[in-house]
Design a protein around this ligand. Sequence first.
Ligand code: NAP
Length: 509
Amino acid sequence: MAERERRHVRVAVIGSGFGGLGAAVRLRREGITDFVILERAGAVGGTWRDNTYPGCACDVPSHLYSFSFAPNPEWPRNFSGQPHIRAYLERIADTFGLREHLRFHAEVLGMRWDAQALHWEVETADGQLTADVVVSATGPLSDPKIPAIPGLDTFPGTVAHSARWDHDTDLRGKRVAMIGTGASAIQIVPALQPDVARLTLFQRTPPWVLPRADRRITAAEQWLHSTFPATRAARRGLLWGIREMQVSAFTKRPDQLGLVEFLARKHLKKAVKDPGLRAALTPGYRIGCKRILLSNTYYPALARPNVDVVTAGLKEVRGSTLVAADGTEAEADAIVFGTGFHVTDMPIARRVTGAHGTTLAEEWKDGMAALRGATAAGFPNFLTIIGPNTGLGNSSMILMIEAQLNYLADYLRQLDVLGGKIALDARPSAVQQWNHTIQERMTRTVWSRGGCDSWYLDANGRNTTVWPGTTSGFKKATLQVDLAEYEVLRPPAGPPADRTAPPRTEVAA
Ligand code: NAP
């Protein structure tokens, strides 16, 4: 092994999106500088680097969709676009001195827990290293999902996914088929519609769409926010508070969402005059069951004469003919998949081999579960940022990420307090208890009772992605590590025996 490849670090962070960069800043604030950020691409930004499709923007207000420790008084719009969010993350990397820690083109190919040495052996595309602690911040929206459509390989034209946009392909004047009606698709449709010859939307399920209260943030507001930071904090606080108050309707009283449905129907009626099209675009499930989408341009685009809405999913491709599940056929020169990501089958999980010689994917074969959204039994000193059941339906994921960073910081402090070469391994009973409570609360939520299928649910129909509570509730639950929920592992005495079976010591909490 070359000298550089031998390197040992205290912490290896995987990914440099909001989660990875946030973790890195937190490590530095805790006084930890012995860490690397392993990034598979050549730049920071995660999903905000990869998603460059036309119209890409965030539908959480920017003053809330940013780190509390790095406010940006200069956000240009309520809902800033991808270029501004990406630029914000680049600035985070510069401002907080993260460049020296970044290792680009260092995709993690595999990692294995060494039970003797009590560290992770990590193999990356850029060599090997060992780390006491690994923080996986690969994000749920990182690996695009393209459904296995029979005959797709016979399609002679361009095939693209929303998260891997090919800017060299000119779609102007082409017949484009858009597959899917999620948050990505409803931004792409109005961006493409004016320029393409024909746009055929394959809609398997219509989404609920509300008006998007977007506007430019004025120079006066920007001045106010940078001169008087309290105004910025108040704006953020208001955005946060409104969303916290909405949570109980999603998690406990989905019936209350009827009023929101009324507003969404009104929004649809205003834009789409054709009753047939309106009926086709009206969802048959409770609003909020799938992510509520925000757009003022989606419905008007669908009402344009060069757009066809096929009310069935794409089932088959025969050359340039696309066949829907209801038999409808459409000719296309290009297919754009807005079909989402590998969320409930987190790809990194297949590459992480824990203390018992099994992968995290095997551990999670019946569904993802992690103690306080962070740690899994048998995977010592491995923490996930935006882990299982930490997603949100209505607020900013940055709040959840920051809560997880509190947990990470306390985890590292606990390792210091316990002293020496040491690791913490979540007790199976603690993981089960945490997950049981979450799944019990889940039964009352709109995601379970709303009558829809969504990417929140895994193959077994279990919601392993969303947090069924407020962000303040999650913050409280993740402020500190409860040592009673962990076994403390110390290096074995005497000659090494079984490399996959770590010795365990009980600790009184
Ligand atoms: P998504 O929400 O998972 O949507 C995937 C879409 O593909 C669904 O409409 C699904 O239909 C459809 N689909 C799958 N297979 C199909 C087939 N064979 N034929 C037709 N349709 C098919 O993915 P996404 O839109 O990329 O969004 C993912 C998440 O990213 C969002 O929920 C959000 O959290 C985030 N995001 C946010 C923004 C924003 O802030 N504005 C923008 C983009 C993404 P079914 O509904 O029937 O399953």
